[in-house]
Write a protein that binds this ligand. Structure first.
Ligand SMILES: Nc1ncnc2c1ncn2[C@@H]1O[C@H](COP(=O)(O)OP(=O)(O)O)[C@@H](O)[C@H]1O
Ligand SMILES: [Mg+2]
Length: 149
């Protein structure tokens, strides 16, 4: 069983400013990990997309609802959960299809980015109860002092 090394949890208001906050928090937790800068950027994009979705779709733009963000650094992976208690998703498979959006003016690529930038994407949702998105990035085994050569 992999060991849990760090866990950071927060809840914040459903306003656009907090999309930036979520990026900073994930970057801070992921900074000590052995990730490429490009991978770190991709993780930040995936988290931004999920948090934006919670605000725009889950809470339909209401500004005083709570979005939950839990970041876990396990020995072998980084797991990020984004949760809202909003409207929920009718058809998860359809919502996850590239280019599907329930809002005509949107690109419908949020889930596509989350899917391609992360190693695992899980979506749990219930109508009228809300949505939880779980993003996972697997980590390379740490190079220890003894096997650095
Ligand atoms: N947290 C959420 N709550 C309710 N619906 C959501 C949520 N996240 C995504 N959705 C639904 O899934 C669709 C696809 O999401 P996404 O791929 O990010 O595209 P976009 O945000 O551009 O519409 C959204 O249009 C919306 O209908
Ligand atoms: Mg989106």
């Amino acid at each position: 069983m992999a060991k849990l090394i760090n866990r950071v949890e927060s809840r914040f208001f459903s306003i656009a400013e907090n999309v930036a906050l979520s990026r900073v928090m994930v970057a801070a937790v992921a900074a000590p990990l052995d990730l490429l800068l490009s991978q770190l950027d991709e993780i930040k994009v995936a988290v931004s997309e999920a948090v934006s979705n919670a605000i725009i779709h889950g809470y339909e733009g209401r500004a005083d609802e709570l979005v939950g963000l839990a970041i876990e650094h396990w020995e072998d992976r980084l797991t990020i959960r984004i949760k809202d208690n909003g409207v929920g998703i009718q058809n998860i498979a359809e919502a996850m299809e590239p280019n599907f959006s329930s809002c005509g003016d949107r690109m419908g690529l949020g889930f596509a980015f989350m899917n391609s930038f992360m190693d695992k994407l899980e979506v749990f949702s219930e109508i009228g109860k809300g949505t939880e998105v779980i993003l996972t990035k697997m980590l390379q085994e740490e190079t220890t002092e003894s096997n650095k050569g």
